[in-house]
Structure formats: structure tokens, C-alpha cells
Design a protein around this ligand. Structure first.
Ligand code: SF4
Ligand code: SF4
Length: 377
């Protein structure tokens, strides 16, 4: 008997009527929105608002998906708010650019407080016993997560589980990168964070996903589905299947299952057939990210993928330098000269890929050093 149910709903465009109908159909297959929220409950909607980017760039959750879910939950009696703590910029600024602020405004949904944090003790945490959550999350009765299906340099894919990282306000996110630079511990932290928050519902926007140099600098890829479930691990496992990526290589899925957050194998699919895109551009190398015993400094320098800058694309904006979480910075302007292309110090770099993630010009890619190419599949 499967212990996770995921509604897979075909939806080929962001036309609002089509998305509304798809979300309504998916929720109805799962018993209706009232299965997930009760009348009068304060529910915060958490789209992926990584950085200020227009919807057609597919960096952020599309506003049509946000609106469709919001309407259903409001009709079920939920009292809604919205927010995210972006990787760069303010919640409102990013929300405006992504079209979410306007969508929320039309529906009368206020912005939640994602600037201030509240310390929450979590004795059940397997790795982390205390988190600082955004006040808007800490004070809500529940959270509905609205991730976007994208590739990610550190975690291979970003979807439902990783979306909750934006519930940690501001620069506290950077601290986690520097405290747990290997992907295994970082993913375990994300699983604990999800075990604390326990999203009521996940609606993944995989109508147009991102492949390649994600989660910001990749390319749009038409997939044409929404994934809807109360199990974020199952949604991510199916996200991997769409990408033709072995979910066993994604630590948020592996630990999500092991630590009781959800199921990655026993999944009942409701609705439509799950598309599988064998040529989806994603990292399928077996040992390709920083992790576990492979995370010593020499190993890291010699074999783990490293960020690199394409000079012809770089505008010298300095974003990569600002977001680098290590001290001293592992990427910087040579001799402080801001007219030159920044350079990486690979001896210092912890391979968190925040610079690659945040570069607004898609000037930073990730490549495997020659030795790493020799010893990996
Ligand atoms: S963020 Fe990108 S464009 Fe800006 S300085 Fe760094 S590499 Fe250049
Ligand atoms: S240089 Fe880039 S990948 Fe390296 S630590 Fe800084 S932000 Fe992370």
C-alpha cells in the first residue's frame, strides 16, 4: 500500500484559467483543499522567490500557480499571507519582479514578516536542535509550499524540500552554508527544517522547469505538469523522475525518507501520466558534489566541481563577492579593482555555489576539475 499520494496534473501553459482548473482538479483528487487547511487557520504561502526575476525567466514560482492555490485555500476558509526570504534583495522587491506581489494584491493577501526571525527549539531535530524561522512562518498555523522544479549546483535539484530554506531569514541562511559546506549535512539540515515546519501541502510548478545551470542561470524546459501532495519528499522524488535523475543521488530525498519526512518510493500517482525527460540537462554524476568523507580540503580542491566565471559575460556587478559566505571571501576583485573580473580562491572556496546561484548575468558556471573527471562516472 503506497504511503504517499501525489496528483500529477497536466497543464501546458500559464494561462490562468487552465492553471486554476489544474489546481482545482489536483486538489479534488486528494480530497479537496479542506483536507489541508481548516476555516480560520493562518496559512503562509511560500513561493520560490530566489531573486528578482520576471516570471518568463522561470527562476521563481509563476504567479498563476500562486493565485490558483491561493483561491482554493481561501475558499476553504484559510486566512492567507505570503512571503519568502530571497537569496538577494527584499521579499517585496523580489515579489514585485516575480509578479507574486501583484497576484497577492489582487487577492487581498498581505505580505508576511520574513525579515525578523524567531528562535524555535526543535528537540526532535536529528542534526539541528534549534532554528530561527521567519516571524511570518513562526506565527502562522501552517505553511503551503509552492516550489519550482529546477536544477541546482549543490543539491542537483531544487524543489519541495529545499524551498523551505527561504523560511530562514536573511543572512542566517549564509551561516548554514558556511557551517555545513558539504551537501550531505546541508541536506540533512533542510530535512530537519522541513520536519519542524511540516508543510501542509506542496504544489510544485513544473509547467516550465529549469535545466542546466540552475537555479538561476539555467534554461527553461517545458514539462507541462503540476505536482500536488502533502508529502514533499514524494513530490521531489517525482521531480527527479521527470529529470531522469536517480533520486538516490539527491540527499534531501534520501534523508527525507530515512528521517520520516515522507516517502520516495511508495508513491501512488493520481491524475495524469508523469512525463520523463531523458535528455533533461541535470547533474547525473555519481559522486559529484561536496560531501561526507569526500569533503577534505585537498580532495575538495582536486576533484569537486568548482565555480568559474565566463569573463565575457561578467559586468563586474560584485554580487558574487557580496553573497560569498566565507571569510575571507573566496571570490573577489583582484587587488580590489572593481573594473576587473572577480577571481576565485579555490583553496578557500567551500563549493556552496552561492556565487553561481546569484550571478545575475549567468556568468558563473560549475565545472569538474580534470582529476574529478577521471574518477567519476
Ligand atoms: S555576479 Fe556575475 S556578473 Fe556580477 S561580478 Fe560576479 S561573475 Fe561578474
Ligand atoms: S566562491 Fe562561490 S562557491 Fe566558493 S565559497 Fe564563495 S560563494 Fe561559495
Amino acid at each position: 500500500m503506497p504511503n504517499a499520494r501525489v496528483a500529477v496534473i497536466r497543464c501546458d501553459t500559464y494561462d490562468s484559467r487552465g492553471v486554476d482548473a489544474a489546481v482545482a482538479r489536483g486538489l479534488s483528487l486528494l480530497g479537496g483543499a479542506a483536507e489541508f487547511v481548516r476555516t480560520g487557520e493562518r496559512i503562509v504561502l511560500k513561493p520560490n522567490l530566489l531573486v528578482a526575476s520576471a516570471p518568463e525567466r522561470v527562476v521563481t514560482t509563476h504567479p498563476a500557480v500562486f493565485s490558483a492555490v491561493a483561491r482554493e485555500l481561501a475558499a476553504a476558509g484559510a486566512v492567507l499571507s505570503w512571503g519568502d526570504s530571497p537569496g538577494f534583495g527584499t521579499t517585496l522587491g523580489v515579489g514585485k519582479r516575480a509578479g507574486i506581489a501583484a497576484a497577492a494584491g489582487q487577492l487581498g493577501i498581505p505580505l508576511a514578516d520574513f525579515d525578523r526571525g524567531r528562535v524555535i527549539s526543535f528537540p526532535d531535530g536529528r542534526l539541528i536542535k534549534q532554528f530561527t524561522l521567519a516571524e511570518g512562518v513562526a506565527s502562522a498555523d501552517g505553511l503551503v509550499t509552492l516550489p519550482k522544479l529546477k536544477t541546482h549546483a549543490l543539491t542537483r535539484m531544487t524543489g519541495a524540500v529545499k524551498n523551505q530554506f527561504g523560511c530562514i531569514p536573511g543572512l542566517l541562511k549564509n551561516e548554514f552554508h558556511s557551517r555545513m559546506p558539504d551537501v550531505e549535512r546541508f541536506s540533512q539540515m533542510l530535512v530537519d527544517l522541513n520536519r519542524l515546519i511540516r508543510p501542509r501541502l506542496t504544489v510544485m510548478d513544473a509547467i516550465v522547469a529549469m535545466e542546466g545551470n540552475g537555479p538561476r542561470g539555467g534554461d527553461p524546459r517545458q514539462v507541462g505538469v503540476l505536482l500536488i501532495s502533502d508529502d514533499p519528499v514524494a513530490v521531489d522524488a517525482l521531480g527527479c523522475r521527470i529529470m531522469a535523475l536517480d533520486a538516490g543521488l539527491v540527499d534531501t530525498v534520501t534523508y527525507g525518507e530515512q528521517w520520516g519526512l515522507g516517502s520516495s518510493t511508495e508513491i501512488e500517482i493520481l491524475g495524469d501520466e508523469l512525463p520523463v525527460l531523458a535528455d533533461f540537462v541535470v547533474n547525473r554524476r555519481h559522486v559529484s558534489t561536496t560531501g561526507g568523507a569526500m569533503s577534505g580540503p585537498l580532495v575538495k580542491r582536486l576533484i569537486t566541481p568548482r565555480p568559474f566565471i565566463a569573463p565575457e559575460r561578467c559586468t563586474r556587478c560584485g554580487t558574487c563577492v557580496k553573497v560569498c559566505p566565507v571569510q575571507p571571501k573566496a571570490v573577489g576583485f583582484p587587488a580590489g579593482d572593481t573594473t576587473r573580473v572577480p577571481e576565485h580562491d579555490y583553496g578557500h572556496c567551500i563549493r556552496c555555489y552561492c556565487c553561481q546561484e546569484m550571478c545575475p548575468e549567468r556568468a558563473i558556471g560549475v565545472k569538474v576539475p580534470p582529476l574529478g573527471r577521471l574518477i567519476r562516472r
